[in-house]
Design a protein around this ligand. Structure first.
Ligand code: M6R
Length: 364
């Protein structure tokens, strides 16, 4: 049931601190601050390349994972949307791990890609929320998310739980590759363990987000910008807006703006900038200032320090708790989801059952 919530989507957004904690518990041991996999004897040390395949929101979780796997484990990663994967005739060499990410475990394009990868001799890992699904059954390495049933067509809690599993997998890969000392591993586990409380703190800004939803609800087009592991969040934010509020939205890598989309900027196109404090903050802010210099109206999502440093001149700001960059993609998913939700409610659309969409897409 929806409990006290008006929509399943809102209920599922609010479940995130609990379900992310639940998911993380099966991927790390707090007793010695080590990450672990549900199949402990699965050998990751021989893996030479990871190929990630998924659709929609699950694909954006995969994009975040690419940054993590390459940064921490120094393993090269390819990533495709499932509908493109087979047709580009990917080169799949021995020693490859093919990783499929899906809430439902039934998405037809992703399943067809999985079978193709198996036929090409890849080991098959699956991050999936429905434990009885077809993809779960066909995995060599089954990596469940414990989000519980997700009813809203717009994926929310499944996404943050996928990120939790993928961060733990990145740490496992890094350890297997000899790139994570026990000290570093302890730190990673501690940062991940902070995610549930940080998600809770992010949810506390719900009313503030609701009160500024009108700014976005009146727009015809919206741009979302982010950098590094938060760039996929810009794509996810734009997808959420499109899906449930029917507002045309695009996500861009912040630095790519000046190569074209900046021509769209005027005071009628709100630009939402995702910029947590961290190594990429200054660069993202300078892209934001390029927008402001052209009369663009910016909504800045950052932490207190980021907003103190760069919030002047913004149309609105959304303050997040200050978190380690590793967990920023999980935490910043919350404002992105809530903003889409409140904009959709303001527009009076059918939040849980958007037009033309199905929860599980079982045709190719
Ligand atoms: O069940 P899956 O994760 O395989 O579904 C993939 C996409 O269809 C799904 O994420 C879709 O994009 C959502 N409606 C996004 O909110």
């Amino acid at each position: 049931s929806k409990g006290n919530h008006r929509h399943y989507m809102l209920k599922e957004i609010y479940e995130q601190p609990v379900v992310v904690a639940q998911t993380l518990r099966s991927y790390m041991r707090r007793i010695d601050d080590q990450v672990s996999l549900p199949i402990p004897d699965f050998d990751l040390s021989a893996i030479r390349r990871v190929t990630i395949v998924a659709c929609g929101t699950s694909f954006y979780a995969g994009m975040v994972a690419k940054y993590w796997f390459e940064q921490f484990a120094r393993i090269p990663v390819d990533i495709d949307v499932a509908s493109e994967f087979r047709y580009r005739e990917p080169v799949l060499e021995p020693g490859g791990l093919a990783l499929f990410i899906s809430q439902s475990g039934e998405t037809a394009d992703t399943l067809a890609a999985l079978r193709h990868a198996r036929a090409e001799g890849q080991k098959i890992a699956v991050v999936v929320n429905v434990p009885t699904s077809t993809m779960a059954r066909e995995a060599d390495l089954l990596l469940p998310t414990h989000a519980g049933p997700e009813i809203g067509v717009a994926s929310t809690k499944a996404f943050t739980c996928q990120l939790a599993v993928l961060a733990a997998l990145a740490a496992n890969l890094a350890r297997a590759k000899g790139r994570l000392s026990p000290e570093e591993e302890k730190k990673v586990v501690r940062h991940l363990a902070e995610a549930p409380a940080a998600l809770n703190a992010a949810l506390a800004y719900d009313e503030a987000i609701e009160s500024m939803a009108g700014v976005i609800a009146g727009a015809r087009d919206v741009l979302y910008l982010g950098r590094g592991p938060d760039y996929p969040l810009a794509l996810e934010g734009a997808l959420k807006l499109k899906e449930i509020s029917y507002i045309h939205a695009e996500g861009y890598a912040a630095g790519e703006m000046k190569h074209g989309p900046i021509a769209l900027i005027d005071d009628a196109v709100p630009v939402i900038v995702i910029a947590p404090s961290g190594p990429l903050f200054e660069k993202t802010v300078s892209n934001m200032q390029e927008v402001q210099a052209r009369g663009g109206k910016v909504v800045l999502i950052s932490d207190y320090d980021g907003i103190a440093a760069a919030g002047d001149g913004c149309l609105a700001t959304i303050t997040m708790p200050k978190v380690h960059p590793l967990i920023a993609p999980l935490v910043y998913a919350v404002p992105v989801q809530l903003l889409a939700y409140h904009v959709a409610v303001a527009k009076g659309t059918d939040v849980d059952q958007p037009r033309n969409l199905a929860k599980s897409v079982t045709v190719e």
